[in-house]
Design a protein around this ligand. Structure first.
Ligand SMILES: [Cu+2]
Length: 132
């Protein structure tokens, strides 16, 4: 007796695993959390890269604060106990000072932080004449 090997199921892997062009875009921008409370921001300094889009999550731990940085086009309130989000893509290298511009009490005038914008690629290398 011979038994023919019954037609084994040849599973043909089709092109089901089509590449998803959205995969990378969905990673989204880097998120940086900044905490605001009387009368300071934390951290006191953050570093961004020129041309990199980042999302700043601004969290108030007490009262309503502001977050104002004109050169980067940021001017928002941080409602009491809540989180405000701003998305920014810095275009100029430099050191910027963000201040609280919503009166929050006696130490309000000194409530600020620094945002450093570095050349993408870091390392502080300046190529003469490379500016476009
Ligand atoms: Cu304030």
């Amino acid at each position: 007796m011979f038994r023919a090997a019954g037609g084994g199921l040849a599973v043909v892997a089709g092109l089901l695993a089509a590449a998803s062009p959205r995969a990378r875009a969905e990673e989204g921008p880097r998120v940086i959390v900044i905490t605001a409370k009387r009368f300071e921001f934390s951290p006191k300094e953050i570093t961004l890269r020129r041309g990199e889009t980042v999302r700043l999550q601004l969290k108030s731990e007490d009262v309503t604060h502001g977050f104002f940085l004109r050169p980067l086009g940021i001017d928002t309130d941080i409602p009491a106990g809540q989180t405000a989000e701003v998305t920014v893509t810095p275009q100029e290298v430099g050191r910027y000072r963000a201040i609280c511009d919503h009166f929050c009490g006696a130490g309000h005038g000194g409530m600020k932080m620094t945002i450093v914008v570095e050349e993408d690629g870091g390392a502080g290398i300046n190529l003469p004449g490379a500016e476009s």
